[in-house]
Design a protein. Structure first.
Length: 168
């Protein structure tokens, strides 16, 4: 059985925070879909608290769309990783990793500027399936941490997994 893309990257070599093109594919009509790995935390070293993941998800959905130029890529979805180390962002188009990093950086500043939870989009029982599980403070602390470290770029050619490591 072949290894799916996300498991073919050596997570011990990943840097965080960093952007990585997770995969690209074409739709039957020829549109390019690019999936980005927005790695907030170093794999196997840190995770994002569930309340912060939830709040970041709501805020990233809003702010990444505001800060990524729609002429170079239209965001389809931003979803948290099961590992709670970041988010996947699916885009119609092919923005460069630097374009995505720049939008992500701007989104972090926008998150820090949110004054209170009433400004979180969709934070009510009609639009959110778990509207009490949020933490603006934790999301803002993560945004500050991302900005203090800076957003890098993870290149797949530097993360190629040596499959002999997993056969044992």
């Amino acid at each position: 059985m072949s290894i799916i893309e996300s498991f073919s990257a050596d997570h011990t070599k990943m840097k965080a925070p960093a952007v990585r093109i997770s995969k690209k594919f074409n739709t039957p009509k020829g549109d390019v879909i690019t999936v980005y790995d927005l790695r907030f935390c170093q794999p196997n070293a840190a995770i994002i608290d569930p309340k912060a993941v939830h709040t970041l998800g709501h805020l990233l959905a809003q702010f990444m769309r505001q800060h990524l130029n729609p002429e170079i890529g239209e965001i389809i979805d931003i979803s948290p990783m099961g590992s709670r180390t970041g988010f996947y962002m699916s885009v119609i188009g092919q923005p460069s990793e630097q374009d995505v990093a720049d939008a992500w950086r701007s989104a972090m500043y926008s998150i820090i500027a949110v004054k209170d939870e009433s400004e979180i989009p969709g934070l009510n029982r009609y639009q959110c399936g778990s509207c009490r599980e949020h933490s603006l403070l934790e999301a803002q602390n993560i945004a500050k941490a991302v900005l203090s470290v800076g957003i890098g770029i993870n290149l797949n050619e530097n993360l190629k997994l040596d499959e002999t490591l997993i056969k044992n």
